[in-house]
Design a protein around this ligand. Structure first.
Ligand code: AMP
Ligand code: MG
Length: 583
């Protein structure tokens, strides 16, 4: 059993050994007190949820009737006293005041998210047709009274402290409290240089912006916590990029995504103030984040920092398990790309694994494979350790020890959530002793036969119990068919069917319904995004719109998607698609 457990995680390898090594070290601390994360609640929430109800806002059809502001942020935090926009080392503040740089050429709207506009921002879709909207989402015009801000953060990149990073091409253009009382932070990405641009041009190109726009929305519809994307615009402004860092500089076009999240604070937001010894600022920022986003933690609780840490640990475990459940590799799991609210942010060279491969690395610039899919839980723990280091100045000795124990519990939390998700992916009701074996051996079969990850689970969701029993796998179930070529497949099927039978009253149609509701048929494969990008670069945005539409319902078979081949084996050219950090 032990071997099989290791094998389960072997499917997503190195995690188990890391767990063993880490835990033997961290349990050296006091063991008489077990920190009870449950009593604090692990689910963050937004306090505006409670406050905003009295406001009774309505959806509006004109930008004149709508506004956002950064006033609350400016009132809350120390702001960089220097107002000129030049690259510098910024000290003792959380934000710098800086305006977007408008494009010099005409701007076109590529796409909007109806859901974000209508349900997060209280804007009727028709607003997107107005010039005022285009101006707003392209950084051409800011709201009266709202001073855009760039956030100062640092981070560990590929394992090493990288110093000051910050919003080098993003502007927080305002916060908005909607009719449900939710507070959303609106950020333009690709909107020009800031004090944090280092040697960058402050711009983002169309290809990476299409990918971020589509994937952040797709993740939301897969049920995975993510930043959202309200709109995507493209200009004719030239942006020069060496896409594969091979000296082949090419002219591309500047684009801007309007991104929306409850908060854009990252692990790196706390790291920078801690690294530079700005402890009062660290305390202020942590207090703000707890008060605003971790409602279940009382501000007067002497253990609040520990409770906050505990919550981030468990929510990060949840997020990474969810990524694994859909075969998502973020690509650049640096601490500056890890949200303190444990939502997926900063989409770059991400990828959805196609052929099952725990060593899948989506980012061609990641030579060492540090951020391969099978290492995401490990780097999650690495990043949480960096968070712990940043928070230590706010904790006493005992709290630090307890926090180390909490971090030591990360592998268990991750493993539990991973198991829960894969149990559901296999259609199991309740828990049985043999579940771990069944999950582990299923992943082993996948490891050996390398079928398409998404479609294997989907086709297992669609096939009938009878077909399985007879081992008659229709050829159109290509991924499951590939898997069925394994000599141990019949044995696995027998155990699987036995397990399904152990839930009295569960029918096969019910099982299939459950499974098709959790195993998506459509994910944003790199080749799909690439095809949409190639057309978008020729000003044909039809495929962006098609993908947007399809990925809103990733669990439902759709004719338009079937015609496009989205649930088929990837086309042969898919193998050639490469994604780098260049964006
Ligand atoms: P990313 O790899 O997109 O997470 O970015 C890492 C850091 O580099 C962040 O501080 C970004 O703001 C900054 N950055 C990335 N691209 C650019 C760019 N074109 N101009 C300025 N800063 C950038
Ligand atoms: Mg980033």
């Amino acid at each position: 059993m032990e071997t099989l457990l290791s094998r389960t995680l072997n499917g997503f390898p190195t995690f188990m050994c890391f767990w063993t090594v880490f835990c033997s070290g961290c349990h050296g601390g006091e063991m008489d007190f077990i920190f009870d994360a449950e009593s604090y609640g692990n689910i963050y929430s937004n306090k505006s949820n409670l406050n905003g109800f009295c406001e009774r806002k309505m959806k509006v059809s004109s930008m004149d009737l709508w506004s956002v502001s950064t006033e609350d942020v400016i009132a809350e935090f120390p702001i960089d006293p220097i107002k000129e926009n030049y690259v510098r080392r910024v000290k003792s503040c959380i934000f710098s005041l800086v305006y977007p740089t408008p494009f010099t050429s005409a701007v076109q709207l590529v796409a909007v998210s109806e859901d974000v506009l209508e349900n997060l921002l209280d804007l009727h879709l028709s607003v997107a047709e107005t010039n005022a909207f285009l101006q707003f989402v392209s950084g051409g015009k800011t709201m009266p009274g709202s001073v855009p801000l760039a956030h100062r953060y640092g981070g560990h990149q590929f394992g090493a402290w990288a110093g000051q990073l910050g919003d080098g091409r993003a502007h927080l253009i305002g916060t908005y409290i909607n009719r449900y009382g939710e507070r959303w932070e609106l950020q333009l990405k690709g909107s020009g240089r800031t004090p944090y641009s280092r040697s960058g041009d402050g711009r983002a190109v169309l290809r990476s912006s299409v990918r971020e726009f589509l994937c952040s929305e797709a993740m939301h519809y897969l049920g995975i916590p993510s930043s959202r994307a309200a709109s995507l615009v493209v200009s004719n402004d030239a942006v020069w990029r060496d896409q594969f860092y091979n000296g082949n500089l090419k002219k591309e076009r500047g684009a801007i995504v309007l991104r929306v999240a409850k908060s854009w604070f990252r692990i790196g937001s706390l790291e920078i103030v801690a690294q530079y010894g700005e402890i009062d600022l660290l305390r202020e920022l942590v207090d703000f984040i707890i008060e605003e986003h971790f409602l279940s933690i009382s501000r007067s609780d002497p253990n609040k920092v520990l409770a906050f840490f505990s919550s981030v640990v468990s929510q990060t475990a949840n997020l990474i398990a969810l990524w694994m459940s859909v075969g998502f590799a973020h690509g650049v799991c640096n601490t500056d790309n890890f949200s303190l609210l444990s939502i997926t942010i900063d989409y770059g060279p991400f990828g959805f694994m196609e052929r099952y491969d725990a060593d899948y690395v989506p980012n061609t610039s990641d030579d060492g494979g540090r951020y391969k899919i099978g290492n995401q839980a490990n780097v999650g723990m690495f990043n949480l350790n960096k968070l712990l280091v940043a928070l230590k100045p706010l904790m006493d000795t005992r709290q630090r020890q307890l926090a180390s124990q909490v971090l030591g519990g990360f592998p268990d939390l991750y493993y539990q959530r991973f198991t829960e998700l894969f149990r559901a992916k296999l259609g199991f009701l309740g828990e049985r002793e043999q579940d771990l074996t069944l999950i582990a051996s299923f992943l082993n079969l996948m490891e050996d036969t390398k079928p398409d990850f998404t479609m294997t689970f989907r086709q297992l969701s669609e096939i009938t119990r009878e077909q399985l029993q007879n081992l008659s796998i229709p050829q159109e179930y290509f991924a499951l068919y590939d898997l069925s070529q394994h000599k141990k497949f019949p044995d696995w099927v027998a155990l699987y069917l036995q397990r399904l039978k152990s839930s009295p009253g569960d029918s096969d149609p019910e099982r299939r319904q459950r499974m098709t509701g959790i195993n998506p048929i459509y994910v944003l494969r790199n080749w799909m995004a690439e095809s949409a990008v190639r057309k978008a670069e020729m000003n044909d945005f039809s495929e962006v719109h098609l993908l947007q539409k399809v990925l809103r319902r990733p669990f439902h078979a759709q004719k338009i998607a079937e015609r496009a081949g989205y649930s088929q084996r990837p086309p042969s050219w898919a193998k050639e698609v490469k994604v780098s950090c260049s964006s």
